[in-house]
Design a protein around this ligand. Structure first.
Ligand code: FAD
Length: 707
């Protein structure tokens, strides 16, 4: 046997699906030495996930990928609800906006997973530079053993994770398709047994390599080898751990998925539709790019009886015939089919997302649910969006290792909420429509529409106080915008303080900037030139924390003095203590797009300062009125004109009213919002001494600051 090859990396990622790609992009952007492996031969080319939530779009945009998705995707603007009338004929009962207006500058949109994977790979490649090593996927490669040296877990310099990797032949790594001429997703379906064991047996004797890593992340999907290898305590709970009603309603349901170009007289085929037929089951219609339409079809025939499914009986034809019945009396045919699959609904979430904060699980590896609510890929990418910057900045010695514990704290809560939401949504969507108000076992369409509507609202912890309203929380994150992380070293909140908010709390300073929620974008104008910008475009995912100073009306001399005083403190007290490091320049707000390289100062601080003021733009002279921290100087590049913005009317695009949106009093004393590298709010502080102390304490706890 040849002696095994050995290597050493900071981070080893297993699995190159959406969660693995998001993590790899962070690693590439932050310049972390990474190994990235996947057992398959290639990326997804058609089918699989297709729905992008608005928060996911914001995240992709922060990496410079958002525009590419937005341009190619089909934008879903309307949803209609179809139900049987008294004669059992389906009819349109209601229409609603697919995404609630004003949540974000994006709406939900759909594009197949393969395109998105291409955009990720391009962005990863574009991050390469002399300081940023290449991150490449080693395909046809899978782990065969894992050992974590627990004694070294807390040693920052150690490589306590040891993994053996094995190469497979391309032939072995290519998924078998059920029908020779048509791609399907059956090899990834939960109707098919996990093939990892067989694959490992077949590839015995192939070349092996030992990799030592500081951190390992299992992004290896629902059958996760990493999760299984971690063993006791990491199992997914059994299916019957869900509430009985949910298990009974859902376990017997099999769904087929078809991506086709339909020829039909069904009038809403280019809208998202929820169709409940009288007796033939339910369908969801998702209009896609390139005239494609995805149909999610309940397969009543194959679902009957014990719940055991003979998967060999499921073909595109069986799924299509079921679709024809549900949509009858409308006719539907097709000539072109792009992809198909079938699955059984199964919702489960693991309890532990990490071992010793050295091995992490993300995405489907630690939570699975039905695909219809379009949550899996989004939640999976958002898991590693949450983990990536923490892991990268710990490796770069910018963050304290303790920060890593917040990954499980923050993402486990989201997975639990997702399962609860999905159980409720799937039950409502799968149930037979109620015949009338006395029909207690049927699903009331009013209840279904209400569940859909409330599932998009913003976190009620931010705007509502009653328990009843809090209960609604469980479903209110389908857009991703309602996510609210709980208090931790990264989220400083005065929530639930019995005496109510005090002067330094966000409720009084910036009521719509709740710590734990994502910092929303508003249109602001450049101070140096009046170009309107989405503020998010100046907050790319580059690993930096941001202090956004919402300065109020600085044409008042006292307010200008306060803002400049804060500038003085930032530049002499806070910023010099924060690490300076070679972070990626991120995507260029000036149109560099994917991997574009704006010119930024060399080794800038890991804390970036932005000022948004509410004085008339013409009343402020950037270079002479404002402290240097709001227009930093670099010997080679001169003044940075992209740090100060006015909250005022633009020539062509209206008035963003940012202070109003963040609920900061224009005539008050302003507020400083500390935003984490993933765009979530860590802290809201006043601009004066009390707020400065708060900020200093917050950064001291999180960063490896110099005393
Ligand atoms: P996966 O996508 O499963 O990726 C895992 C990767 O790991 C794969 O590339 C695999 O080859 C690799 N791998 C597995 N085991 C190993 C191993 N032992 N060694 C090395 N590599 C390994 N979600 C949405 O958000 N929106 C949608 O609209 C949506 N629609 C869907 C439609 C369908 C029909 C289906 C089936 C799913 C849908 N989902 C949707 C869910 C979504 O596809 C998943 O939640 C998402 O792909 C999970 O991403 P992941 O990276 O965690 O895992």
């Amino acid at each position: 046997t040849p002696s095994p090859h050995k290597s050493q990396v900071d981070v080893l990622i297993v699995g190159a699906g959406p969660s693995g790609l998001m993590l790899a992009l962070w690693m590439a952007r932050l310049g972390i030495k990474t190994r990235f492996v996947d057992k398959r031969t290639d990326k997804v080319f058609s089918g699989q996930a297709d729905g992008f939530q608005v928060r996911t779009m914001e995240i992709l945009d922060s990496f410079g990928i958002g525009e590419r998705v937005w341009k190619e995707a089909n934008h879903m603007l309307e949803v209609s609800f179809w139900n049987p009338d008294e004669n059992g004929r389906i009819q349109r009962n209601a229409r609603a906006p697919d995404t609630l207006p004003d949540l974000s500058r994006f709406t939900e949109c759909v594009l197949h997973q393969g395109r998105m994977e291409t955009f990720f790979l391009d962005a990863i490649r574009a991050s390469e530079s002399p300081t940023h090593p290449a991150v490449r996927i080693d395909r046809c490669t899978m782990p065969t053993s894992l050992h974590v040296d627990e004694h070294l877990a807390e040693d920052d310099d150690a490589y306590p994770v040891e993994v053996t990797l094995r190469r497979r032949s391309e032939h072995e790594a290519t998924p078998v398709q059920r029908l020779g001429n048509l791609g399907d997703g059956m090899h990834r379906s939960n109707l098919v047994e996990d093939d990892t064991g067989t694959v490992l047996e077949r590839s015995a004797g192939q070349v092996e390599e030992t990799v030592r890593a500081k951190y390992l992340v299992g992004c290896d999907g629902a059958h996760s080898w990493v999760r299984k290898t971690l063993g006791e305590g990491y199992e997914m709970p059994p299916k019957d751990a869900a509430p009985l009603i949910t298990v009974l309603t859902l376990m017997l349901v099999t769904r087929g998925v078809l991506d086709i170009i339909p020829i039909t007289d069904f009038p809403d085929i280019r809208n998202r539709c929820m169709v409940h037929s009288a007796d033939s089951g339910t369908a969801m219609v998702i209009p896609r790019e390139n005239r494609l339409v995805r149909l999610y079809i309940q397969l009543k025939e194959v679902s009957a009886g014990t719940g055991r499914v003979d998967r060999s009986t499921i073909t595109p034809d069986v799924i299509f015939k079921a679709a024809q019945k549900i949509l009858s009396p409308y006719s539907i045919q097709y000539h072109y089919i792009d992809w198909w699959t079938a699955y059984q609904i199964g919702q489960r979430s693991g309890n532990r997302f990490s071992k010793l904060d050295r091995v992490f699980l993300a995405g489907d590896a630690v939570h699975t649910h039905s695909p219809k609510a379009g949550q899996g890929m989004n939640t999976s990418m958002q898991d590693t969006y949450n983990l990536g910057w923490k892991l990268g900045l710990v490796c770069k010695r910018v963050l304290r290792r303790g920060v890593l514990a917040t990954y499980e704290l923050e993402r486990r809560q989201i997975a639990k909420q997702l399962i609860e939401f999905d159980q409720r949504f799937s039950r409502l969507f799968t149930g037979r429509p109620a015949k009338d108000i006395l029909d207690e076992t049927g699903v009331s369409m009013k209840e279904f529409q209400e569940a859909f509507r409330t599932s998009q609202m913003v976190c009620p912890r931010c705007h509502w106080r009653s328990e009843e309203q809090r209960q609604l929380m469980m479903g209110q994150f389908t857009t991703g915008v309602g996510i609210c992380y709980q208090p931790s070293m990264l989220v400083s909140t005065a929530d639930d303080r019995p005496e109510g908010p005090t002067a330094g709390d966000h409720e009084l300073l910036a009521a719509n900037c709740k710590p734990g929620t994502r910092f929303a974008s508003c249109k602001v104008l450049g101070q140096a030139d009046p170009r309107p910008w989405e503020l998010h475009h100046h907050m790319p995912s580059d690993g930096r924390f941001r202090i956004v100073v919402l300065g109020g009306d600085i044409s008042r001399p006292a307010q200008l003095a306060l803002v400049n005083d804060l500038g003085g403190w930032l530049s002499t007290a806070l910023l010099p203590r924060c690490p300076r490091t070679a972070l990626s320049p991120g995507s260029s707000p000036h149109g560099g797009g994917c991997g574009g390289r704006p010119k930024t100062a060399r080794d800038p601080s890991v804390v970036d300062v932005l000022l948004v003021h509410a004085a008339p733009r013409e009343a402020v002279e950037l270079l002479t009125d404002l402290h240097d921290v709001y227009h930093p100087f670099d010997d080679k590049l001169g003044w940075d004109f992209d740090k100060t913005f006015a909250d005022g009317p633009s020539y062509h695009e209206g008035h963003g009213r940012a202070h109003e949106a963040y609920r900061v009093d224009v005539d008050g004393a302003g507020a400083a919002v500390v935003v984490r590298p993933d765009g979530y709010i860590g802290l809201v502080a006043s601009l004066g001494d009390e707020g400065r102390d708060k900020m200093a304490r917050w950064f001291d706890a999180v960063l490896r600051t110099t005393p």
